[in-house]
Design a protein around this ligand. Sequence first.
Ligand code: FAD
Ligand code: NA7
Length: 590
Amino acid sequence: MPPVGGLKAEVMDHVEKNQVMIFSKTTCPFCTKVKELFNSMGQECKVLELDKIANGPDIQNTLLEVTGQKTVPNVFINGKHLGGCDDTLKAHKNGSLQAMLQDATNYDYDLIVIGGGSGGLAASKEAASLGKSVAVFDFVKPTPIGTTWGLGGTCVNVGCIPKKLMHQAAILGHSLADARHFGWIVPENIQHNWETMRNAIQDYIGSLNWGYRVQLRDKKVDYQNAFAEFVDKHTIKAVNKKGKEVTKTARDFIVAVGERPRYPDIPGAQEYGITSDDLFSLSYCPGKTLLVGASYVSLECGGFLHGIGLDVTIMVRSILLRGFDQQMADKIGDYMEANGINFVRPCVPTKRYLLTTGSQNTKVYGKYSDGTEYSDTFNTVIFAIGRDPVTSNIGLDKVGVNLNKNGKVIANEAEATNVSNIYAIGDILEGKLELTPVAIQAGKLLARRLYNNSKVLTDYVNVATTVFTPLEYGAIGYSEEAAIEKFGEDNIEVYHTNFWPLEWTVAKRAENICYAKIICHIPDKERVVGFHVCGPDAGEITQGYALGMRLGATKKDFDDTIGIHPTCSEQFTTMNVTKRSGKTINQSGC
Ligand code: FAD
Ligand code: NA7
């Protein structure tokens, strides 16, 4: 009896139950060739002769749907689609067929995922949903001051989630000041309590950690809280926090181990400094804080710490937000500076010196680029000078996976490394965006390609992102600098405008600080290739436009779209001043 679920299920059943599965026809000479090849190799295979069964033509159509190939022979090895006669003969000639057949040992799992963060959890749950036996190994090495956290990786524990919630705490503080203008009687000297905020956020994170464990259990993914490293290309050893070691094997591996913050090579950095990995669960209010670095992590953390009332200084070596549109980066910096955040630039720290442990007072010395000395005293120093992939001590060298000089994994557009059964996703990939939804999409689609004959690749282009600084910044596609480099200055038109959110008018917040621009590729009907907005709720504004840009929206499409009034987002439907024209872009009302 065929399995429940129709022809597709019947086909997949054959594929999954047989190490070598050949869909064939008795009259086809190419099929004969392939059958003879396996015969000559002494390899057992299951053959289904489609011209000898009633539903043969339907099965052939289903194979077309599943593999994109209608012709026979249609060959599968170890559940994976190999192709037709030419593909099989070629694989035999270059040895990959033999390697695939050897891979059929009895492994503990079909798939082991190393790293239970955004990418790893998505991949493991998807693979398990597709009927594969899956294990996830996730382990957090404590920071130098001992901070550690639960299942879910960076985003949930020490990234997007606590960051956005602390940003919200800062926004609420600002809204209290606005509220007075709208008639609310808000007492003066309102205080923020760090412990209350931290506890509430950590409680929420705890519930997410628990939720992930439940999801893995429900999907029958074997979760192990242990640090894994490769022994060979099909074997890992993993050590848990009690030092207990296990060895496990799998046919396939997905490496999704993420990154950890970098410390500068200066005396005292690790002893007296912390990073974003410590900040969100810090047991005490950080007080007067220095942030070193001008990455988005630095500006976001500096932004919300100032927003909850702390004295904040950001030490910048060169530019703000390297890699982002520099006009927008400067707008963020100007806004933060105008609102009371100190910027020390261009300057780098040279050494740190602990004055008194009890009150966490630390003297920091630095040097400006012209050689002038800098020094000041802070309660807390946070290094946000970049993040390094944690790929150096997990045996990737033993199995020969290619890494670049920064330790990033080199993989192709299908996230496959140079080792046939090892894949990599998320922040550790060379040249890819370091964002949670990107890691999740890559994990999901990779599992579908591995175990559901999908061919869909992750599209790393036109991904929307937002920097959650006090003046939020949303972006899609090219920065102005990158568009000029790619298309040439004469081939791009930049439309832009300042704007004054209606909510800011009565609240007496500054006029013409918020800014929107789109970058259009003139020869391609002014297709929008860059989208940038600085203003409240930039993340909420930007997401929808990413869909438009994926669909190839042009400036005319933006113009033909009727806005929602009164919103900030409607600016994008009415922009008519080009940057080239030099005309004024200030607005005084709606
Ligand atoms: P991770 O989520 O880092 O997961 C890797 C996991 O593997 C970790 O749990 C790690 O401990 C574990 N691990 C490492 N080595 C081993 C090993 N050998 N054995 C077992 N386990 C191991 N992205 C956004 O999209 N939006 C944001 O607003 C945003 N804000 C951020 C704010 C901050 C402060 C930071 C630091 C990052 C932020 N990001 C944001 C980026 C986002 O967190 C990452 O892109 C995302 O978490 C990457 O997922 P990943 O699966 O590659 O790795
Ligand atoms: P980034 O984007 O790598 O930025 C690191 C920042 O820290 C940057 O401003 C650097 O200045 C600065 N930096 C680096 N080393 C030092 C030292 N030694 N002293 C002082 N300042 C320093 O950081 P993230 O890891 O937060 O971002 C990761 C990714 O997220 C990034 O690739 C983006 O795609 C988004 P510099 O500009 O080099 O002078």
